[in-house]
Design a protein around this ligand. Structure first.
Ligand code: AMP
Length: 120
């Protein structure tokens, strides 16, 4: 799938749509999800134009990949969720119900998060 420059996260990166920023560096931007599924629900996105983790892992430079995952850890520490624990999740494609076609990692925290995945 080709990257769509008009996807909502591309617009957030360009500053065309506001977001509640948690953390930002050269590789990533982290901001609060607009429809939180847990007391803490933050999205971390790479600054580059990647559709999904599949695209990112194929196309991104090693420094971008390392920088991005370091930013996920920085974001969790900035949120203060390390002691209590947190979950990261990335939806890739149809069966995972990926809604926004710009790679993103969800960070969930702030309550007991239950089983890893719904059965059935
Ligand atoms: P996914 O299903 O993994 O693609 O998740 C997309 C996430 O983006 C959902 O949790 C949405 O609530 C979130 N989202 C969509 N638009 C915005 C926005 N403008 N600001 C923050 N989060 C958003």
């Amino acid at each position: 799938m080709a990257y769509d420059n008009d996807n909502i996260f591309a617009k957030i990166l360009r500053g065309e749509i506001p977001c509640k920023t948690v953390y930002e560096d050269d590789f990533a931007l982290a901001f609060h999800d607009i429809n939180p599924q847990a007391p803490v629900h933050v999205l971390v996105i790479p600054k580059g134009p990647y559709v999904s983790l599949d695209d990112f892992s194929l196309q991104a430079e090693p420094a971008e990949i390392g920088g991005f995952f370091a930013a996920v850890g920085e974001t969790a520490r900035a949120l203060g969720v390390v002691d209590g624990g947190y979950r990261i999740l990335a939806n890739i494609g149809r069966d995972a119900n990926q809604e926004v076609a710009h790679f993103h990692v969800h960070i969930f925290a702030g309550r007991q998060l239950g089983p890893m995945i719904k059965k059935g």
